[in-house]
Ligand binder design. Structure first.
Ligand SMILES: Cc1cn([C@H]2C[C@H](O)[C@@H](COP(=O)(O)OP(=O)(O)OP(=O)(O)O)O2)c(=O)[nH]c1=O
Length: 199
């Protein structure tokens, strides 16, 4: 039986679903953190810093347990694309990504409440996107799917049809690099598949 409290500091339904796949019991606690970043910082640093901010804010409110935070961004031509602010922004992002490759970075942070251990890591995945016509972009944006996703697309949904090829971890693009997270959880003393799902 798993005795150590595990907390996911994320409101993302994708992250919750992916973490649940590891068969561990966990709670979701979300705290409001400022996600603004200083310009000019390396994207790999950015996602780790934001993941840490999310995990640390929740860990500060607890007496014990391990808190996981994550952050995902899209980087194209040195430009960081977070979640679109509106439909026009989503269209602009997708026009930029059309017909080329870009990187998706997800940073993960592990913070033990009560002043315990901490760990940070990051994974990058290259995503190749087909050329998208303005009409197709408009139709996709009208579905609403891009609005809560970095780079204005979700590889796990209709946008899968835009993506012929990726290099690296698929789950990293969806928002949680599951194998990397599992490695860290083992380091922190958790047993993967300790409580099998669906039984
Ligand atoms: C590129 C891409 C991103 N995304 C999602 C993953 C993240 O949920 C989101 C990026 O925003 P984030 O700020 O990383 O996360 P979030 O606001 O959804 O959740 P929280 O901060 O509470 O943890 O984009 C997809 O679901 N599919 C994709 O293909």
């Amino acid at each position: 039986m798993q005795e150590k409290r595990l907390v996911l500091a994320s409101g993302s339904p994708r992250r919750k679903e992916l973490l649940a796949g590891l068969g561990l019991s966990f709670e979701v606690i979300v705290s409001d953190v400022d996600e603004t970043i200083e310009p000019g910082i390396d994207p790999r640093e950015v996602v780790q810093a934001l993941a840490y901010r999310k995990a640390k804010a929740v860990a500060n409110s607890l007496s014990h347990g391990l808190v996981i935070g994550a952050d995902t961004i899209v980087v194209c031509d040195g430009l960081i694309l977070g979640k679109p602010v509106d439909e026009e922004d989503a269209k602009r992002m997708l026009s930029k990504l059309s017909g080329r490759a870009h990187m998706v970075y997800t940073g993960v942070a592990f913070v033990e409440a009560g002043g315990g251990r901490e760990a940070l890591d990051v994974r990058g995945t290259e995503v190749c996107m087909k050329e998208l016509s303005p009409e197709l972009i408009a139709r996709y944006v009208a579905t609403g799917d891009p609005m809560d996703k970095a780079g204005a697309y979700g590889i796990q949904g209709a946008a899968a049809t835009f993506i012929p090829e990726i290099h690296g971890d698929y789950f990293n693009v969806v928002g949680l690099p599951v194998s990397l997270v599992a490695d860290h959880l083992i380091e922190f003393g958790y047993q993967i598949f300790a409580t099998p799902q669906g039984r």
